[in-house]
Write a protein that binds this ligand. Structure first.
Ligand code: NAD
Length: 469
């Protein structure tokens, strides 16, 4: 079995203890990850702080070239990394699974490498010149979740490194393997200490978020953990980007063709088997077309094969871990007890693995847990509405605001509805599509700060305003 190591100061470091990483398709061992402890975190933070002294000062072209070299390394090891993701995360190798995840990370890395941080001239006249310069912040602590382990790691560390920061990354204990291997591969093309990866159990997180030498935390994960991160980081006034949970609503207007929209809604809800922050998680459908949309979604669901991600014909894998699997079971059982109607799925699959079928829950209502709570798995409530103003209010009546969508053939009307949704990103006639040139981030308790694009790059810098007489 492959021996995974921490990457600290450009070296591969073994630890006295290792922990098991479970393959969710079989419940067997996917691999053993090094159990980093406080001392490893301390070494990694010190290495990152030392590396910052030089990395922040090298010519910008050197950083750009290093970022492009990282993309080449990822691409050259695409199959190996994709296999690791499938083993530990469960998503299929093909389709919008592991290979797609790595290829996306490569594309994001190349795009980020090409971004610049030009000096902004605010004024240049007889009264003087005013410029804003962007500077790297220092050591960035990155904490990632288990749903898109390599994509999200890349979204964290690439802009940080591009802008001249150094990084200590703590992957999710559920899915550390591909990230550990990626860091090892990247050690060949980055100076020592610029990217350090320390895996371990959850208790490592607070060590990173509270450490005085860490200048900023970029965190992606659940809202309850985000609150803890914010509290811990407050002691040293660290900068924060928090990408937290969502409960994205989609509003389907009565003018759409159900046969056309049904499969698209299903695909938007089942991106990564529902385990994506900006998945469609509450589908509000107008009463006129409610039954026809439900029928179209059920028909589309029958075309999707759920199975072990290593099998070539699997289109969706298992739920990534037992705790999330149990949340899905609870939410569906609660919805049944409250009188909702399960159109398809609704019962866990027998045998090994955290397999739960695509489950579409009709006659779901606001106030049911399956509507009010983020499912983060393969169960989707479909909710009936009649009045547009009322449904907008219901869509907004939650404390998170990551994404939302409107589905209509009348684009003016759709834009007007979209503008009223309280969320950081809103899509029309699609949902959850991210791109590297568009800022992405949540509002309300989905967090703050954005990733991607120039705006995301600026978030890993501080501004210095220079007044010249
Ligand atoms: P989680 O909050 O349980 O864990 C996320 C990370 O935080 C893990 O690495 C974990 O080890 C670490 N952690 C745990 N306790 C910590 C602490 N006290 N201090 C610091 N770090 C700590 O989330 P998860 O279950 O891994 O991921 C699922 C959640 O992530 C969902 O709510 C989902 O919506 C959210 N998510 C959001 C986005 C986004 O961009 N907004 C993207 C992906 C996932």
């Amino acid at each position: 079995m492959t021996r995974f190591c921490l990457t600290i100061n450009g070296q591969q470091v073994e630890t006295p203890e290792y922990f098991d990483v479970i393959n969710p398709a079989t419940e067997e061992l996917a691999g053993r990850a090094p159990a980093g402890e406080a001392a490893h975190m301390e070494q990694a933070i010190n290495a990152a702080a030392a590396a910052f002294e030089t990395w922040s000062k090298v010519d910008d072209s050197v950083r750009k070239e290093a970022c492009l070299a990282i993309a080449d390394v990822m691409e050259a090891h695409k199959e190996e990394l994709a296999n690791l993701i499938t083993l530990e995360q469960g998503k299929p190798l093909g389709g919008r699974g592991s290979r797609f995840e790595i290829q996306g990370a490569v594309a994001w890395t190349r795009y980020t490498a090409g971004l610049d941080l030009p000096v902004e001239v605010l004024q240049d006249n007889d009264a003087g010149r005013v410029e804003v310069h962007r500077k790297p912040i220092g050591v960035i602590g990155s904490i990632t979740p288990w749903n898109w382990p390599v994509s999200i790691a890349t979204w964290h560390f690439m802009p940080a490194i591009r802008a001249g920061n150094t990084v200590v990354l703590k992957p999710s204990p559920n899915t550390p393997l591909a990230t550990l291997r990626l860091a090892e591969l990247i050690s060949d093309v980055l100076p020592a200490g610029v990217l350090n990866v320390v895996s371990g159990l959850d208790h490592l997180g607070p060590i990173l978020t509270g450490h005085p030498k860490v200048d900023k935390i970029t965190f992606t994960g659940s809202t309850p953990t985000g609150r803890k991160v914010m509290q811990s980081a407050s002691q040293t006034l660290k900068r924060l980007t928090l990408e937290l949970g969502g409960n994205d609503a989609g509003i389907v207007l009565p003018d759409v063709d159900p046969a056309d929209v049904g499969p698209k809604l299903l695909a938007a809800a089942y991106n990564n088997n529902g385990q994506t922050c900006a998945c469609l998680k509450r589908i509000y459908v107008h009463d006129d077309i409610y039954d026809a949309v439900c029928d179209a979604m059920v028909a589309a669901s029958k075309e999707i094969k759920v199975g072990n991600g290593l099998d070539a014909d699997s289109m969706l894998g298992p739920v990534q871990n037992e705790a999330q699997y149990n949340i899905v079971i609870d939410l569906v059982e609660d919805a049944k007890a409250q009188g909702a109607k399960v159109l398809v799925g609704g019962t866990p699959r027998d045998g090994a693995g955290y397999f739960y079928p695509i489950t579409l829950v009709a006659e779901a209502r606001d106030g049911m847990r399956i509507v009010d709570e983020e499912q983060f798995g393969p169960c989707t409530p479909i909710i009936r509405y009649t009045n547009l103003d009322d449904v907008i209010e219901r869509a907004n009546a939650c404390d998170v605001g990551l994404g939302g969508s409107v589905w209509s053939n009348d684009l003016d009307k759709a834009r007007a509805v979209a503008a009223q949704l309280e969320c950081g990103s809103v899509w029309i006639n699609k949902h959850g599509a991210l791109q590297p040139n568009a800022p992405f981030g949540g509002i309300k308790q989905s967090g703050f700060g954005v990733q991607f694009s120039d705006a995301g790059l600026r978030e890993v810098t501080t501004g210095q305003t220079m007044f010249v007489r």
